[in-house]
Design a protein around this ligand. Structure first.
Ligand code: FE2
Ligand code: FE2
Length: 268
């Protein structure tokens, strides 16, 4: 099984630039869609982990559809802090895995790896939230299939990363979520977005990681040692390959400047 992961798309309405009105996030997503459509082997599905649009507006979700509907692989959406639950639901009414009310949580069954999407959105806040209701939902879902390898995907990382500003915009209740996950050793991986950067750590008996955005990156600024800002890196895609009883992850950039050079055939 091959899972592709895109995150932090930050689309605006058609024709509008994002990131201080400098970046065409729709064009970056379009490039990413082309890359995924051409990628072999073809991923079984794509996870899109929030900040799908910039202001949660219906017109922005329509623009998202205009670009993302060209993806020839099933895509599963969860919200981030820039999203709006009901506007997302309204524009994606045909995405029947999305619950009709309440949190946008769901489980994807029928694959070698069970996938659980978590909604960390706390409306009006940049921080995420795993409240008691969401923790109980996660605990119950994990309790249903204790022997099935599971990947949890969410927007806000439930761990701190040493970038002070991003840590202040972290996931409230992340530690409590760790206690829930720690009871369920079948959780192979928790994957997140929000940081616009790649991070990994060991966490409560599993591995947690974040994938860089299709939008620009947040600059690496550990303990305020650098610039708090962003840089125009290429869009990134994460891949999770279920192989030999484990999930191995890959990150790759979507950059036409990286031209492929095949190694010559091995000499006999
Ligand atoms: Fe973001
Ligand atoms: Fe975010």
């Amino acid at each position: 099984m091959l899972i592709a992961h895109i995150t932090d798309l930050h689309l605006r309405q058609e024709g509008e630039l994002a990131f201080m009105e400098k970046i065409d996030t729709a064009e970056r997503l379009a490039r990413t869609v082309d890359f995924l459509n051409e990628f072999r082997p073809r991923p079984d599905l794509v996870l899109a982990t929030g900040d799908l649009v910039d202001f949660g507006k219906v017109e922005e979700y329509r623009n998202l559809r205009r670009v993302l509907d060209r993806l020839a692989i099933p895509v599963y959406l969860i919200p981030g802090n820039h999203d709006h639950r009901d506007n997302l639901r309204a524009v994606y009414a045909d995405h029947t895995y999305l619950p009709k009310s309440g949190f946008l949580h769901y489980v994807i069954e029928g694959h070698p790896v069970r996938l659980i999407g978590l909604d960390t959105l706390d409306p009006g806040k940049v921080t995420g939230l795993m409240c008691p209701e969401r923790l109980a939902w996660l605990d119950a879902r994990l309790g249903e299939a204790k022997d099935k390898p599971t990947l949890v995907f969410m927007h806000h990382p439930p761990y701190s990363v040493g970038i002070a500003q991003m840590d202040s915009y972290g996931c409230i209740g992340g530690e409590a979520m760790g206690s829930v996950v720690g009871k369920h050793p079948q959780v192979e991986r928790v994957v997140c977005g929000h940081l616009h950067r790649a991070t990994t750590r060991r966490w409560n008996g599993t591995v947690v990681s974040s994938t860089p955005a299709t939008a620009p990156e947040i600059l690496l600024n550990i303990h305020n040692g650098g610039i708090w800002g962003w840089g125009e890196t290429p869009p990134f895609v994460g891949f999770y390959l279920w192989q030999d009883g484990g999930i191995v992850s890959h990150l790759t950039q979507v950059d036409p400047r990286v031209s492929p050079h095949a190694f010559p055939p091995k000499k006999a």
